[in-house]
Each structure stands twice: as C-alpha cells, then as structure tokens.
Design a protein around this ligand. Sequence first.
Ligand SMILES: Cc1cc2nc3c(=O)[nH]c(=O)nc-3n(C[C@H](O)[C@H](O)[C@H](O)COP(=O)(O)O)c2cc1C
Length: 214
Amino acid sequence: MDDFLDAIRNDHHNFDKGKLSDHFGDNPLELFKKWYKEAFESTQAEPNAMSLSTVSEAGKPSSRILYLKELAEDGFVFYTNYQSEKGKNLESNPNACLLFFWNVLEREVRIEGKATKVSAALSDEYFASRPRGSQLGAWASHQSDVLEDRSELEARLVELAKKYPNEVPRPPHWGGYVIEAQKLEFWQGRPSRLHDRIVFEKENDSWEIYRKNP
Ligand SMILES: Cc1cc2nc3c(=O)[nH]c(=O)nc-3n(C[C@H](O)[C@H](O)[C@H](O)COP(=O)(O)O)c2cc1C
C-alpha cells in the first residue's frame, strides 16, 4: 500500500480538547453561537464553511460546502443560485442537513431542518454588499448547468460588465435560504472514542434534550 495511505490508516487521533458534560444549557441556538464564536477565536480556518445536504426528487442525496452568512432569529442563512442542483432539490424537498466540522476544537455540529427562501429584501441587501466581481459572477454562472467551455462563461462576464457598468441588480434566481433547525447535535471529541453527543430536538415548540452513544 502507498506509504501515505498506511500513515493515514494508522493515525489514531486521540480527542482530548474538551468535554460537553454540563453547562450546555437548554437553548441550542445559544450553544451554537457560543461554539461558533469559539471557532472564530481559535485558529480554525473558515469556521463559517459548512456542508449542506439535500435530497433530489428521486430520493438521491448530495452534499456541498457553503458559507454560513447569517445566524438569524429563525435559523441558518446561506446564499446561492435558486436554479442550482441544491435549489432544485430544496424546491421539491425542503428537508436539509447542515454540518460544521471544527477540527481545531474537535467539534462537529449537525443541524436538520426545512429550508425556505429569505425575503427578497434581505437577499437584495446582502447582494448589494458583495464585491462587484461576485455580483457579476452570480449573473454569469448558470450554476450547476453543463458548461461546454470555460470561454463561454468568461465571454458572458465581459458582456455583463458592459451591460451593468455601475450598479449590478440582484439576479431574480439568486438569493438566500434559511434553515429553521428542528434538530441539532453537538459533538465533542473525547478520549477512547467515548465522545459527547448532545441532541436538541424540537417538540411542540420546546426542546427535548438527550445524550447519544458515541
Ligand atoms: C469554501 C467554499 C464555500 C462555498 N460557498 C458557497 C456559497 O456560499 N454559495 C454557493 O452557492 N456555493 C458555494 N460554494 C460552492 C458549492 O460548494 C457548490 O459547488 C455550488 O454551490 C454548486 O452546488 P450544487 O450544484 O450542488 O447546487 C462554496 C464552495 C467552497 C469550497
């Protein structure tokens, strides 16, 4: 076997940076905020990167990395193309799962909930705050469609820069989604694979809290 594959297989990481024994409170969004802040204050690269899993109409799952952009009262907000693969999936099946992995803190947070589009006003506001290049890119990219040649995309960008010499309006097919969490799991690595897993599950507007085997 290749040496590096052997080395990876034999790297038995010991998790010992923290515990989630007590003081996790009764509000998972507050706990998320605390962990998010701790990830930002640590050496963790891109703590706002998360995986989003969706399921197609045919029942097939797919995942991709996105940036969390807002932590709103009603949930977790990200921005994307509504006509992308994820957008089509969420249109037919709004159930989604977000996953954060903060390796520096040996933490994982898993969030399940339904996605809804944020208001056009909120999408407008965020779009307007983006750099011009990203704004033009949102128009130029027919996200997830087959692209015959990269030159097509670049040509579209040149045309769009001429069409919008000043302000770039938000494309109607681009905007935010908010995932309203119904279930959150906080995972903290512990020695001997006896990790802490605390689950918060919404039942009739209140949170049921339980621990899971690692
Ligand atoms: C670090 C990172 C951050 C990303 N952030 C976003 C994002 O915020 N929005 C987005 O639409 N795509 C983002 N992407 C690209 C997506 O992973 C994905 O390729 C794209 O959204 C198309 O996904 P889909 O075809 O499954 O819809 C990001 C990729 C990486 C690696």
